[in-house]
Design a protein around this ligand. Structure first.
Ligand code: GUN
Length: 292
């Protein structure tokens, strides 16, 4: 099987270029730029790197971005107050609170406090519920990014058997819903496997899957014997090894030869998460100015 790479960097750049073109038009017509605010609590190396790439992408898209750094000693009440202030600020279109938060802060309380109109991560129950019901909503960025990548490479999804491994609220759960919904990139038959799925059942599913999406955070989790020839492999994992190398959840070296398409790590899904956030921020902005 001649394997082809799903190049997230190339796809993301193309999407951000399209967004930048639209923003130029809006600004030339006298409107302000779209504006993203990011709250980063404490110091967490992966979050630092994600936030850096979000800020960089805003620059490329012609958005304003503000990064608010808060100490990890901040109380939940103080953080909720900061969120409320940004909710009420008409110059911010989209707000991200970077996860994970320190353990003394209840993550769901903070997500629930973000105004659904500014929730470009799509994590608020209102957006998650609307997305699940097939209504217009901000869609969770990593899941949405995967859909955009499949679309960019014209990979058929409708009618395919898709296996998602990992049921997190930020990736596995939303992508399983989105691909099974009657969306433009959807109408697949989806199995959602997770930590309690017996090994034999998991193998039965992955071995007949047309598309496998893995988001478990375990290097080398997907091995060659687990998939069929011609599978489309989407690797959401971003794992840092002791030698500093970043790898996904797929044993790329041995699995890639069996795939029709596969995402590299880095340069695959990670890039698409940021691009999808840009799409969501532009949508928040367009909503604010009645542009679409
Ligand atoms: N941490 C890891 N991924 C994400 C994400 O998509 N959004 C936020 N806010 N935090 C994250």
């Amino acid at each position: 099987m001649k394997m082809k790479l799903l190049d997230g960097k190339k796809c993301a750049e193309s999407l951000v270029t399209d967004i930048a073109r639209k923003v130029t038009g809006y600004v030339e017509s006298g409107l302000r730029k779209p504006h993203m605010t990011i709250i980063l609590v404490g110091k967490h190396a992966p979050s630092e790197s994600y936030v850096k790439s979000k800020v960089g992408s805003c620059e490329k898209a012609g958005f304003e971005s503000v990064l608010i750094r808060l100490p990890d000693t901040i109380s939940e009440a103080e953080l909720l107050e900061r969120v409320a202030t940004i909710n009420n600020d008409p110059t911010t279109d989209g707000l991200i609170v970077q996860l994970p938060l320190p353990r003394h802060i209840n993550q769901q309380n903070v997500i629930n406090a973000i105004s659904p109109e500014k929730d470009i991560d799509g994590f608020h129950p209102t957006n998650f519920g609307r997305m699940t019901l097939g209504q217009k909503a901000f869609r969770p960025a990593t899941a949405y990014g995967i859909c955009k990548l499949l679309q960019y490479y014209n990979i058929p999804v409708k009618g395919k058997h898709c296996v998602v491994i990992g049921r997190s609220n930020i990736v596995g759960k939303p992508i399983s819903i989105m691909l099974s919904n009657d969306f433009d990139i959807g109408n697949a038959t989806v199995t959602l496997a997770h930590i309690e799925t017996p090994r034999e059942l998991l193998l039965d599913e992955t071995r007949r899957a047309d598309i496998v999406i893995v988001a478990v955070g375990i290097p080398g989790f997907i091995t060659e014997d687990m998939v069929k020839e011609g599978v489309v492999m989407i690797d959401v994992g971003i794992n840092r090894l002791e030698n500093g190398k970043i790898v996904g959840d797929v044993d790329f070296e041995h699995v890639a030869g069996k795939c029709s398409w596969i995402t590299p790590v880095p340069g695959g899904v990670g890039r698409m998460t940021v691009a999808a956030l840009m799409i969501n921020t532009l949508m928040a902005y367009q909503n604010n100015f009645n542009l679409a």
